[in-house]
Design a protein around this ligand. Structure first.
Ligand code: HEC
Ligand code: HEC
Length: 379
């Protein structure tokens, strides 16, 4: 596959691998391509190169793994340049995602079962604690990381950074080179390689109701109390009042669709839930003060371009609250230009160590509208 652009075009259109048809209009003007098809008039069969670009999954038996190799040393360079800002120098950061490294012991490599997973006192589950198939780690990095620029790593860099993660976890030594030749052997050192169960109906080929001894049960077990059941549950703890709004206004963070929206946490909780007939008003309130001032159109842009995944309107989520940004740069003569530049190119260091990724997918006109809105105080 020659370019990531054609890769994306194929990805966007292909609904499933069984019978991929690429719609003709995308390749309008390319008559040779628009000819052969099982569905006359609506496209053509995908080319082998297009299928190859899609077919990147690596399976637990390492089928699908492209050949290559990468050292721990190269992995450290990749990690520090492209991963550490979000995951921490040692993969220990809890800022952007839960830690990747930690919680495993040397003894786990012998048992293949991470002992700490059974310790309710251990606060968190890291990636290396849970990982049972090395293919998953390789595949996930290859397809999804770095988060702000997926699919930009070369194959050897994926091997290298995977080796580095394993090295940080004490699973392979400093001088190690991970390759398609030895990855199956490294799988046998994973601390939680025996941690996956397939003895339940979630696993294909063993549906519920298969006769005993093959009988499979769901992967979670519950029991319904039918007799002598405990009395009404008693609520033993409440969210303290001061914490109600500590993650920003929930009503602003949920899509105002349907009857279920977040509570307006800027106000004290109502003594009783509003009657069902009054709920649509709640929806309208969550979308913005409907009556007098309709929400500013730039807020819809912030939602559309997923800015709100990282920025609350008032509060910090991953990045600062949008109104916090507006306040910080209030009075700055070049605020609109500065903010437009920051939105387009991303950057780091004004608010802390977490970077904002560049936003090349956002049209320039929308960036300007967002920047003008922020420069005007984000009304
Ligand atoms: C801009 C921030 C950012 C950068 C840079 C980044 N990641 Fe991530 N990473 C994330 C987020 C967020 C998630 C969780 C994504 C999700 O669950 O949808 C994640 C998840 C992961 C996971 C999965 C962990 C798990 O247990 O599910 C791995 C492994 C990982 N990243 C490795 C890397 C590597 C290797 C790099 C560098 C090549 C990298 N990341 C760069 C933000 C980032
Ligand atoms: C992946 C998370 C993420 C996404 C998505 C994101 N941002 Fe950011 N943004 C951040 C972080 C983190 C910072 C702080 C960077 C810093 O400290 O310099 C930031 C900083 C900014 C700044 C600069 C603030 C300053 O004081 O210089 C602006 C403006 C901004 N974001 C607007 C936006 C807009 C508009 C969008 C949507 C088009 C958006 N961001 C999408 C995480 C994100």
């Amino acid at each position: 596959m020659s370019s990531s652009r054609s890769r994306r075009a194929a990805g966007w259109l292909a609904p499933g691998l069984a019978s991929i048809v690429v719609l003709g209009w995308v390749f309008a003007g390319s008559h040779a391509l628009a000819q052969t098809t099982a569905y006359p008039g609506i496209g053509r069969t995908a080319t082998p190169a297009e299928v190859t670009a899609w077919d990147i999954d690596v399976r637990p038996d390492f089928r699908g793994l492209p050949p290559g190799r990468g050292s721990v040393a190269l992995g450290m360079e990749v990690w520090e340049a492209k991963c550490a800002s979000c995951h921490g120098i040692f993969g220990e950061s809890n800022e952007v995602f839960s830690p990747i490294i930690g919680g495993i012991a040397a003894a786990d490599q012998k048992t293949g079962r991470v002992a700490r997973l059974l310790d309710p006192g251990f606060p968190q589950r890291t990636t290396l604690m849970k990982l049972s198939s090395l293919s998953t780690l390789w595949d996930y990095i290859n397809r999804a990381m770095p988060w702000n620029a997926p699919k930009t790593l070369k194959t050897d860099e994926v091997y290298a950074v995977t080796a580095y993660i394993l090295n940080l976890g004490g699973i392979v030594p400093d001088g190690f080179v991970l390759s398609h030749d030895n990855i199956a052997e490294v799988q046998q050192r994973l601390p939680n390689r025996n941690g996956m169960t397939t003895a339940h109906a979630m696993w294909p080929g063993r549906p519920l109701g298969t006769p005993s001894p093959q009988n499979r049960r769901p992967d979670v077990q519950g029991s319904t109390c039918m007799t002598n059941c405990a009395a009404e549950p008693k609520v033993a703890s409440f969210l303290p009042d001061h914490a109600r709004n500590s993650h920003g206004n929930l009503a602003e963070q949920q899509r105002p669709v349907g009857a279920q929206v977040g509570a307006d946490t800027t106000r004290p909780p109502p003594a009783a839930l509003p009657p069902r007939s009054a709920r649509p008003a709640v929806v309208a309130a969550a979308a913005g003060p409907a009556s007098a001032t309709p929400p500013h159109p730039a807020r819809a842009l912030a939602q559309k371009h997923l800015c709100l995944a990282c920025h609350g309107v008032e509060n910090k989520v991953v990045g600062p609250g949008l109104r916090e940004i507006a306040r910080k740069h209030k009075g700055r003569a070049d605020a609109a230009d500065y903010l437009a530049q920051r939105i387009a190119n991303g950057g780091v260091g004004v608010w802390g160590p977490i970077p904002m990724p560049a936003q090349p997918q956002v049209p320039a006109a929308d960036i300007k509208a967002l920047a003008d809105w922020l420069a005007a105080g984000a009304p």
